[in-house]
Design a protein around this ligand. Structure first.
Ligand SMILES: Nc1nc2c(ncn2[C@@H]2O[C@H](COP(=O)(O)OP(=O)(O)OP(=O)(O)O)[C@@H](O)[C@H]2O)c(=O)[nH]1
Length: 299
């Protein structure tokens, strides 16, 4: 889910402004005037665009249009500044161990009561921001394989659905490559489970290093990995598979543990869905497994 959408929904923007004004004992037009007078350009380092969405919540108010605001918006600069005011964004530090602050660049010095209101409004905005960040953090944890740092099966499912949608709309094929380690159980049995874990981490990190920016790798489960590749032909896919296999064979660490892998690949075809695409790649993989392992087959 898009983070900005989450924020927008969670602030229930139709009700937000009147609620804010009631809380602060101001009429909507007084509050509007206040925001207007402040001409506050909000710059939240790293989270600027997220915070900007909060501002959009405030924009449909009388007298303040997006273009007005745009004209005043200064991201990362303080050209309008008379008084930069830095306020902590609550609940965020504990989520990702980084301190985040919102910087309000003001065109006039605030009176004490304006400052109090700004701080109160800020707390209201950042509560929503905290929720959005908590959601983002949870989503990250739910889609990441904790051992290897690759996307997990759930991330793979999401990415595959996205890729299929793109391929169907734009008639642009892509490739699915399924990689399964050979005799991995022997590594666990011989060197122990921890060493088995190290092997998985090593392979995942090599894979990440090998792929181009537009390609993605996932741990599908156990000793099986998947890649979604920007390949449009069997030839390109075969090259990618050969590159991966060649690279793994160069690793002394993996050679000492007799690690090889089998790969099955396929290219998207019109009318494919996730099931048909995956089945083809999986069948190709099992052809390799059934004919001596350590090879590549395409379907
Ligand atoms: N160390 C470690 N082992 C795991 C993990 N997940 C699954 N395994 C082990 O991976 C092994 C996979 O075994 P199999 O599916 O028989 O695969 P294989 O030994 O590679 O056999 P082939 O695929 O036929 O070559 C099992 O022993 C699992 O216990 C993990 O996170 N860490």
């Amino acid at each position: 889910m898009d983070l900005s959408t989450t924020i927008y929904d969670s602030t229930q923007h139709d009700n937000f402004y009147p609620a804010a004004s009631a809380d602060h004992g101001l009429s909507v037009s007084e509050l509007t005037a206040f925001i207007n007078d402040l001409m506050a350009t909000l710059v939240l380092e790293e989270l600027g665009s997220i915070y900007f969405n909060h501002l959009q919540v405030l924009l449909p108010i009388e007298g303040l249009s997006l273009s007005d605001f745009d004209a005043r918006w200064v991201y990362g600069r303080a050209s309008l500044t008379s008084v930069p005011l830095e306020l902590p964004v609550n609940n965020v530090a504990s989520l990702d161990e980084q301190a985040h602050n919102a910087y309000y660049y003001l065109t006039q010095t605030l009176t004490m009561s304006q400052r109090t209101i700004l701080v109160q409004l800020h707390d209201m905005f950042t509560k929503q921001l905290g929720h959005a960040l908590a959601y983002r953090q949870l989503h990250k944890m739910a889609t990441k394989d904790m051992l290897t740092g690759l996307g997990n099966r759930s991330a793979f499912d999401e990415a595959l659905t996205r890729q299929l949608g793109w391929a169907q709309r734009h008639h642009e094929p892509f490739a699915l490559l399924v990689i399964d380690l050979d005799n991995f159980k022997t590594v666990n049995d011989t060197w122990g489970h921890r060493e088995g874990d190290n092997v998985l981490v090593t392979i995942a990190s090599q894979l990440k290093g090998l792929l181009r920016d537009e390609d993605e790798a996932f741990r599908f489960g156990g000793d099986e990995l998947c890649c979604l590749l920007d390949c449009q032909s069997q030839q390109q896919l075969a090259c990618a598979a050969a590159r991966i296999q060649h690279n793994l064979k160069q690793s002394d660490y993996l050679n000492k543990r007799h690690i090889t892998c089998s790969l099955g690949g396929t290219i998207y075809r019109a009318n494919d869905d996730a099931g048909s695409l995956f089945d083809r790649a999986d069948k190709a993989l099992y052809k390799v497994k059934n004919s001596g392992k350590c090879g590549y087959h395409a379907a």
